[in-house]
Design a protein around this ligand. Structure first.
Ligand SMILES: O=C(O)CCC(=O)C(=O)O
Ligand SMILES: [Fe+2]
Length: 369
């Protein structure tokens, strides 16, 4: 007799709602002492696997490159040229690289992570007051921005904070992370401007080109908190996705977990002390007409005994009613290399990305000509 493995019936919609209404996120579940994760967090085994790479040659690459920014002042022209060459190669092949000597003090990086931990580890009563799905809020705490639209929930909570343009009133940021969030975001804005000059040069453009296009003019910070997971083989910390930004500056934790998908294989991103991780987002891939790539990445569920935190600084002006149309940069297209994307506003791009949720497909495809 054939036996079928029928899963017990499960009312997904009610479970999502019940979880959301606790307003205390994944951290709340962990604090309640659960030893099994709820079904809403189960991902399909296909999404969790790491198949063999398309080409085994690729494995000798090991991982994404690390680039020394020399404290943002290059001693001589050779060092400057070298850095640009490395950034060009990384942006074309990986869309990801780590930077060291980036000019943001290591003390500030640690203080920022302490601030994120401090917020998420406050009492549930205090956290609940900030919990919201209102994306227009400048300081918003929730679990899974795409809880109701994605196929499976992630083992992660997040604070989203729009820092530029129009940052929140300081008193709207909780005191536990207020000063450090303001200081860190200013430093990331400065670093972003510097990185966009190097990226412009790597494209063979005038150093100011990407800054003049306002690529460095908006900053949204996502302060992620990944509690330890009792069943890390069944879920993810962040589902496979590419970022809907021009550029992302990611402050990582010593606890690893970030993986980048290149040619069908998930590469681990190792912890490099003091480094920031930089990745090209979809909008930069679009305006460079695929010269730079926005690679898919994901975060494994946290296997450690303490929480993993990260801060993703997103360069995008999604929060500003900006009518500017963005399409492939004129200098980068030609008769032989015609535009591959139609023009869009950042707002439209972001609205499409957010409605789709992190379902493992690229939002860029929707804008291809
Ligand atoms: O937490 C991480 O390491 C990465 C988070 C991420 O990919 C994102 O916020 O887009
Ligand atoms: Fe990301």
């Amino acid at each position: 007799m054939e036996t079928k493995n029928i899963a017990p019936s499960f009312d997904r919609a009610s479970e999502l709602k019940a979880f959301d209404e606790t307003k205390t996120g994944v951290k709340g579940l962990v604090d309640s002492g659960i030893s099994q994760i709820p079904r809403i967090f189960h991902h399909s085994s296909v999404k969790l696997a790491n198949p063999e790479p398309v080409s085994s040659d690729l494995l000798h690459l090991k991982t994404i490159p690390t680039i020394d920014l020399g404290g943002r002042v290059f001693e001589d022209e050779l060092k400057h040229k070298n850095a640009i060459e490395k950034i060009k190669e990384a942006a074309e092949k990986w869309g990801f690289f780590q930077v060291i000597n980036h000019g943001v003090s290591l003390e500030l990086l640690e203080k920022m992570k302490d601030g994120v931990r401090g917020f998420h580890e406050q009492s549930p009563e205090v956290r609940k007051d900030f919990y919201s799905r209102d994306l227009t809020r400048k300081f918003q705490y929730s679990s899974n921005f795409d809880l109701y639209s994605s196929p499976a929930a992630n083992w992660r909570d997040t604070v989203a904070c729009t820092m530029d343009p129009d940052p929140p009133n300081p008193q709207d940021i909780p005191e536990i992370c207020r000063d450090v969030t303001i200081e860190y975001s200013e430093q990331v804005m400065n670093l972003g401007e510097f990185l966009f000059t190097l990226l412009s040069e790597a494209l063979g453009l005038n150093p100011n080109h990407l800054n003049d296009m306002d690529c460095s003019k908006g900053l949204i910070m996502l302060c992620h908190y990944y509690p330890p997971c009792p069943e890390p083989d069944l879920t993810l910390g962040t589902s496979q996705h590419a970022d809907n930004t021009f550029l992302t500056v990611l402050l990582p934790d010593q606890i690893e977990g970030l993986q980048v998908l290149r040619e069908g294989y998930w590469f681990n991103v190792p912890h490099v002390p003091g480094a920031l991780i930089i990745n090209i987002g979809d909008l930069l891939q679009l305006i460079t007409n695929d010269k730079f790539v926005s690679l898919e990445h994901r975060v494994l569920a946290n296997r450690a005994t303490r929480a993993r935190v990260s801060v993703a600084g997103f360069f995008t002006t999604a929060m500003r009613p900006n009518p500017t149309m963005y399409g492939p940069i004129r200098e980068l297209v030609s008769k032989e290399n015609p535009p591959k994307y139609r023009e869009t506003t950042i707002r439209d791009y972001t609205a499409y990305f957010s409605a789709k949720g992190l379902d493992g497909t690229s939002a860029l495809l929707h804008f291809k000509i």
